[in-house]
Write a protein that binds this ligand. Sequence first.
Ligand code: ACO
Length: 367
Amino acid sequence: MAKVTGLEGVVAAETDISLVDGEKGHLIYRGYWAKDLALTCTFEQAAYLLWHGSLPDEETLAKFTAQLKTYRAMPEHIKRIMDALPQDMPLMSMMQTAISAMSTGAFAWPPTEAQAMQLTAVLPTIAAYGYRKQNRLPWHEPLDHLDHTSNYLYMLSGKLPEAPHAKALNAYLILGMEHGMNASTFSGRAVSSTQSDMASAVSAAIGAMKGPLHGGAPSEVIAMLDEIGSKSNAEPWIRDVLSRGGRLMGFGHRVYKTKDPRAEALRLVTERLTADDPWFDLAIHVEQTAIRLLEEYKPGRRLYTNVEFFAASIMRAIALPTPLFTPTFTVARVVGWTAHLLEQASVNRIFRPQSVYTGPMPQETNT
Ligand code: ACO
């Protein structure tokens, strides 16, 4: 019998939240193309869509945005816990600890939209507070007049962000919000299916996201492009890696066997942001060269740029430090996680798959 690993092809739930079609390169959120939402919506609109199933009208959006802002500040006990954590604790672990400490009575089962809003609104504050603490930088409380994305950038840097930077990050956050039954979403739904609280389920999802096979590392793409350094070095460098059986960072995907739609949208956003940047020019050249050479060295494997490739370009263009890449992905994905937790509660049955016993049997017959 073939080894049972990785749950590949196993259907764990029916969902109305998103469709990921790896053959066609489609990513749909609640009936809308994710790439269109990324280019035309705000974080707040997309979050509302994922939680409610429809886009808000103007009045609803204004109320929703105002409510979201009221949840930005960290509760005092969370601040004290963050202050007590070791300086060198990974930021993702700090975020997980802080979110699990949100698990007070207000978060009791069943999950609610207000809980989803609280966790989504406070997570950027926790990430920024942890980052500034690690770097011994002074703290700036959230600013009420800024939208969700701009306020995140402000809390991280202590400066009001440039509008094009906020716009680019907004697009990245929307594209990172949701991606079907990925490992962290699955972990969150499994915890929630036991009727545990939403903060515990999100804390479990953060634990899954922390792993390098999931949270990804656009930093490796940046390192690769820095090492290639020039257009003339691209082909020999890539040939060298591929002929030694190495992997090119930012190419290939378990689900997408055609262009990753998130990469396509992020390319557009980066193009607008970095029109004259030689680094971006090099990135496009490396992309084209790599796709051609991957077909030569790995024929039929259908390897294209994945979301990490252009996420790297955006992160670099807005000067987001490397340790913030996975935490920022988490600030986006919490919207999808909480949408799934609300959906799980509406159809809940405890997750209880089976395993196949392959160990030894007792020598004697059971009497
Ligand atoms: N460079 C070179 N060859 C590759 C690459 C790559 N980036 N990706 C896959 N291949 C080759 C493999 O060597 C393998 O070749 P073989 O058939 O001769 O053995 C074949 O393509 C299939 O590879 P698998 O590992 O089976 O593909 P899988 O779908 O399991 O892996 C993964 C997907 C892990 C993303 C892979 O493509 C990879 O390692 N990419 C580079 C790292 C990367 O960019 N990660 C970010 C992913 S996106 C995200 O996490 C949000």
